[in-house]
Design a protein around this ligand. Structure first.
Ligand SMILES: C[S@@+](CC[C@H](N)C(=O)[O-])C[C@H]1O[C@@H](n2cnc3c(N)ncnc32)[C@H](O)[C@@H]1O
Length: 392
């Protein structure tokens, strides 16, 4: 990852040099407890942070994990520009004269979860594959149905990268790749938009059933997202998962379901091929959606509008993670700018997919930086708890 090593300068000197460059540096915020300073950047319409980490003989200017822009070239340019305007004495750098290929995750077919906030699809037909693994099935489906947009949602980042590579190699334009937890993803989608949701060979999690993709909430969200005649298609080699899924599905108020055993599909994933060699039984459970759902997506308000805070408020935040029901809040560390603003690094929301954000707090204003949390119900519950901590 791009970074520059420089001769250290004092915090005060850094703040003073930064003041003259508001065209790129919005603020600097120093930590009281760690030898590091955050630098708020506004470059080419992207807001993000750089970190200045210092020791006695050497300091480093590098990217900040939570806010890092996806475009590596933009990040490198910004680091170079900031080092330049701050007049750093550069000891070594890996950003100059190194031409990086843009990472696969800068592909237009890679979608961030934020891209689905209030999304209005232009595609006539949409299908989703949950946990696509090597991607064989979604690639096959996309080629067979060029008019359908296939959204592949996979929690394992290397598999997401592998599918993006195949999309590029095979010249496909009807697959979007989302690297996120499928259990939280459906909540982001409008109702009645989807014709198929495939869940092929989900991880059985026999010892920790709570980690299974299919659960009560996932199933009801899937039925909401499916349009009339849409299907949720589970394919599994696990007897236990099959029985578990039947139990979950039977809790739906209305149920239309078809079961097949050892029914061959035109495409076999690497995973399925392994089970076939072992002559394992394979179950298909298909749920049909036969009524429209309300578009009941809630509008979550993540503002702190009624509050103005004391900059020393961080002293009253709990040090330990606060677990409340099915979500948590953790105040990690704080930084202060010269203008009496506190920047609080937080993790919160669902345990499976925590949200990481900064909260910018001063006497007149309080807001998430650099952007609002994903509007999920667990993030919203955590936001309410954060507001309570802010009230003391
Ligand atoms: C056993 S593999 C099956 C892969 C593929 N569907 C196939 O048939 O070969 C299960 C896949 O689901 C992914 N996965 C597990 N939990 C997930 C979740 N909560 N959200 C999205 N993907 C998940 C795993 O990373 C893995 O790639």
């Amino acid at each position: 990852m791009p970074h520059i090593k420089v001769t250290p300068i004092s915090k005060e000197e850094l703040s003073s040099r930064a003041k003259n460059h508001s065209e790129i540096i919005e603020f600097v915020a120093h930590s009281d407890s760690y030898p590091e300073t955050l630098i708020g950047i506004n470059y080419q319409n992207e807001k993000f942070l750089l970190v200045y980490k210092y020791a006695d003989n050497e300091a480093m200017l590098k990217y900040e994990k939570i806010t890092r822009p996806l475009k590596l070239s933009l990040l490198k340019e910004a680091i170079g520009k900031v080092a330049n305007v701050l007049e750093f004495d550069i000891l070594s750098s890996n950003i100059v004269n190194v031409r990086h290929k843009e990472p696969l995750f800068a592909s237009k077919y890679f979608k961030k979860i934020e891209d689905f906030i209030d999304i209005k699809f232009e595609h006539k037909e949409i299908a989703i594959e949950v946990g696509f693994g090597s991607g064989r099935h979604i690639l096959y489906q996309a080629k067979q149905n060029p008019q359908t947009l296939f959204i592949g949602i996979e929690i394992h980042t290397p598999s997401a990268g592998q599918l993006l590579k195949q999309i590029e190699i095979q010249g496909l334009s009807n697959i979007w790749v989302v690297n996120y937890d499928a259990r939280l993803f459906l909540e982001m989608l409008p109702s009645n938009i989807c014709k198929q949701i495939f869940v092929h060979f989900p991880v059985p999690w026999d010892k920790k059933p709570s980690r299974r993709v299919i659960g009560d909430e996932f199933t009801s969200e899937a039925m909401r997202v499916l349009d009339i005649d849409g299907t949720l298609e589970l394919r599994t080699d696990s007897d236990l998962y099959y029985e578990y899924a039947l139990q979950i599905f039977s809790k739906l108020p209305k149920l239309k379901m078809k079961i097949n055993k050892n029914y061959a599909l035109p495409i076999i994933s690497k995973y399925e091929a392994r089970w076939q060699r072992q002559s394992k039984d394979i179950y298909d459970v298909t749920l049909f959606c036969d009524e429209k759902s309300d578009d009941k997506r809630e509008k979550f308000d993540f503002s702190f509008s009624d509050l103005g805070y004391n900059i020393n408020i961080n002293k009253q935040f709990p040090q330990e993670s606060q677990v409340v029901g099915d979500y948590f809040v953790h105040f990690e560390r704080s930084y202060k700018t010269d203008k009496d603003t506190l920047l609080m690094k937080c993790a919160f929301g669902n345990f499976a997919r925590p949200e990481h954000k900064y909260i910018m707090i001063n006497r007149n204003n309080c807001k998430y930086y650099p952007s609002l949390p994903i509007p999920s119900s667990s993030n919203f519950k955590a936001h309410q708890a954060i507001k309570e901590y802010l009230h003391g």
